[in-house]
Design a protein around this ligand. Structure first.
Ligand code: BGC
Length: 768
């Protein structure tokens, strides 16, 4: 853990500059708008340890695979969201010396992420080696109102001198990814240009040929008045453009350097329009001015918070944690472009390549369903629909036939990018999460015509995969699934992972149910699909049913629990609480084989299944499994604590639920796993939201009716959250001994609280 940030309702605050924390802060204070994002790099030069990172959604590079020992079937490349041309730089030179917090003495340093209004602000006093003292206040944002615009206001006051301040405002196209497999550069700069006050750079990714056009324009005020620049010095290099301008500033007077930035990509513009359009945008932005742009941006955030805020009274740490999670999720994915998805690190770092994982379907879907229009989640589903052909191809590469699809573990464009055999080939449960997301979407929105349009094709292809992947064991007289890795990646190549067997059978069951539904209500469409999918409806569904009926599920009968996999009880059974805290996280202290041989569980596995299929199990069964597996779980995946927290709340263990909640909500803020410097755990942040709404609030959908089973952590005075459910918007407030649900919008709504049904008319509330 590393707790160095101040606790506050709406802001993340760092006081005092400690270079040791800088890389973590660069992640934590990141900004984004769904289309692009940036780590909280300093505007001025910084010679200390930094990970410069500017990313544009969907713009990636196929970095040639690097492995120790090649295995047949490995993908050729790993797709990486690219570190893109860097537009943040406002370098400051005074008396031939660069302002650089790596070498200056720094006083009164504060960095604030204002989550309510969506901007980053930093202020400090720097004493430069040449004795000059300056006060700086820098504020910036990436516009939510215009997704191609960002703006910076850099205010500087000389404190003990009057003199020339030389600003250099640049775009740097000479960019590397820290995680490049072969230290190659991924960009070719095609065009650079600069004129008085403006500069432009157009760059193209190698191999994938995405183009990005960046334009910058500046304006200056001195002592609050406009400061016209008749002619600046322009620098046009092969990979770099800049405007240099010197301003004489008297001691105590403030000079403000405003930088407007436009970032456009060939995903949305013709390549020949990139720079002309950047010019228009950046000029428009400059004419509007910083304050107007910020106001437009603030209004979008206001609207977002209106629908997604969670208010916790009586626990500021928990409050800050949930808002931070919601803020980062909404910065990462806004759902208006079905080509984009939610990388585990969003725009905050390079690890995981910024690609799509099962995290989206298993963890993020409930959050977007309840806090945004249904089309946002629909776009996430359509993303996978569009990659179905590639998933079928991927299945073919691994020997599956007849339209069986295996979705990749990691992908950008539908092709598998992951290259560790135990995950690439074996962590096949991911296929199930994609089907489960379709179920969740339909169950939540009621939009089951999604099946006719897109869903059924995906479900059929996934069911076909499981039918081929399961094999019949003569010894057991049951179907088995051999050689897999379950969600718990601290076990590889196991047989009959309970979760995998469970999700596999569920997928086939759900596919049969959906096929029947479409067959009976849209015969023409059904026949069309039969034709398109070359579906032998009777024979194939018969086979699926046979596997469903005869699937083997490992159990430990004496303890009354489902067994994570065959042979799990052969392991020495030690509890996580008995581990010496100094050797945690295990993955940073133990050799890999030692982890594999141990009973320790990285993340919810059996419990993931119980979470998904909770309806099938009674309270006692859930409790037995929870008690057994939770005590062996080390939570070394960020995705773990949230599921555990929800189940702890489900069985009434609110102390455990609360502690696990704090762990998920403050995972990055308090750096539990000592990895915030690599980027934030964006996808698990949706799990934090689930911990409150599904965990403490007990929200479920039961037979089409939204139901709640609220409980409240002892230390909280109250909490409230909003959910958008079909036509309605509800505000749910939970206090000790009281639940108040207000129906804000959408007409009369039927719902259930603690198992009892209520009807609430619009604009009224119930109190229980
Ligand atoms: C987890 C996976 C997850 C991935 C990306 C891994 O540590 O074990 O379940 O998909 O991180 O978040």
């Amino acid at each position: 853990m590393n707790k160095y940030l101040k606790v506050d309702d709406w802001c993340i605050i760092e006081e005092g500059f400690d270079p040791k924390n800088h890389r973590s802060s660069e992640s934590i204070f990141s900004l984004g708008n769904g289309r692009m994002g940036q780590r909280a790099n300093f505007e001025e030069k910084y010679s200390g340890n930094t990970l410069q990172g500017t990313y544009i959604g969907g713009v990636y590079y196929t970095d040639k695979t690097r492995v120790g020992w090649w295995k047949n079937g490995y993908p050729e490349y790993f797709a990486k969201v690219l570190n893109a041309p860097y537009w943040n730089g406002i370098y400051v030179e005074i008396n031939n010396e660069q302002l650089d917090l790596g070498v200056c003495k720094v006083r009164d340093f504060t960095r604030i992420l204002n989550m309510k209004e969506g901007y980053l602000e930093r202020s400090f006093i720097a004493i430069m080696p040449n004795g000059n003292e300056v006060k700086v206040n820098a504020r910036r944002f990436i516009s939510m109102a215009n997704k191609e615009i960002a703006a910076i206001r850099y205010a500087l006051t000389p404190l003990n001198f009057s003199g020339d301040i030389l600003f250099t405002s640049s775009i740097d196209g000479d960019i590397i990814n820290e995680d490049a497999n072969y230290n190659e550069k991924f960009w070719d700069v095609l065009e650079t240009d600069a004129l008085n006050g403006e500069a432009y750079l157009r760059s193209q990714t190698k191999k994938t040929n995405f183009q990005v056009g960046v334009g910058i324009k500046y304006a200056i005020t001195l002592g609050g008045n406009e400061y016209p620049v008749l002619e600046d010095e322009t620098i046009i290099d092969q990979n770099y453009v800049a405007n240099k301008v010197s301003v004489f500033v008297e001691k105590g007077k403030q000079v403000c350097f405003y930088k407007y930035i436009a970032v456009l990509s060939s995903m949305n513009h013709n390549v020949s329009d990139l720079l002309p359009n950047a010019k228009i945008l950046v000029n428009d932005a400059c004419s509007k001015g910083f304050d107007t742009l910020l106001e437009e941006h603030r209004l979008v955030w206001k609207e977002i918070w209106e629908h997604s805020d969670i208010v916790i009274e009586g626990d500021v740490e928990a409050q800050q944690g949930i808002r931070f999670n919601i803020f980062q999720l909404k910065q990462t994915y806004t759902g208006d472009d079905a080509r984009l998805n939610i990388g585990p690190k969003g725009f905050t770092g390079e690890k995981y390549g910024g690609s799509t994982y099962w995290d989206t379907e298993a963890y993020c879907v409930p959050f977007y369903l309840s806090t945004a229009d249904a089309k946002v989640t629909r776009n996430l589903l359509i993303y996978r629909y569009k990659q179905l052909d590639k998933a079928i191809e991927n299945g073919q590469k691994l020997g599956f036939t007849d339209g069986a699809a295996l979705y990749p573990m990691v992908t950008m464009n539908g092709e598998e990018c992951h290259n560790e055999w135990e995950i690439t080939f074996e962590e096949i449960h991911r296929n199930g999460a994609i089907a489960y997301a379709i179920y969740r979407y339909i169950n939540y929105t009621g939009d089951d015509f999604y099946l006719e349009e897109y869903g059924l094709e995906v479900l059929t292809a996934i069911a076909r995969f499981w039918a081929q992947r399961a094999t019949f064991s003569e010894a057991r007289k049951k179907y088995v699934i051999l050689g897999v890795t379950g969600p718990n990646e601290y076990e590889n190549n196991v047989n009959n992972n309970w979760y995998t067997n469970k999700i596999a059978t569920w997928c086939m069951k759900y596919a049969i149910e959906c096929l029947e539904k479409v067959k009976s209500r849209s015969t023409d469409r059904f026949l069309e699909l039969v034709e398109k999918l070359k579906l032998d409806y009777k024979a194939e569904t018969r086979k699926w049913q046979e596997i469903i009926d005869q699937m083997y599920f490992p159990e430990e009968k004496e303890l009354g629990i489902f067994l994570q996999q065959d042979g799990y009880m052969d392991k020495e059974q030690i509890l996580a609480a008995d581990l010496n805290p100094e050797i945690r996280p295990l993955n940073q202290h133990w050799s890999w084989d030692r982890i594999l041989r141990s009973c320790f569980i990285k993340q919810a596995d059996v419990l993931q299944g119980i979470y998904f299929f909770e309806k099938e199990y009674d309270d006692a069964c859930i409790k037995r499994n929870f008690d057994f597996y939770e005590s062996r779980t080390v939570h070394e995946s960020s995705l773990s604590p949230c599921v555990h927290s929800i189940l702890a709340a489900r069985i009434g263990d609110m102390t455990k639920a609360y502690n696990l909640y704090l762990r998920t909500a403050r995972l990055d803020l308090d750096d539990y796993n000592k990895e915030a410097h690599e980027g934030l755990h964006i996808t698990s942040m949706a799990g934090t939201w689930m911990s409150i709404v599904e965990g403490f609030g007990g929200m479920r959908i039961k037979e089409g009716i939204l139901s709640f089973q609220p409980a409240i952590p002892e230390s909280w005075k109250s909490y409230s959250f909003k959910v958008m459910y079909r036509k309605n918007i509800l505000n749910v407030r939970v206090q000790h001994g009281k639940v108040i649900i207000f129906n804000e919008e959408g007409g009369v709504m039927e719902l259930a609280v603690y198992g009892k049904k209520y009807k609430i008319v619009e604009n009224s509330k119930i109190e229980i």
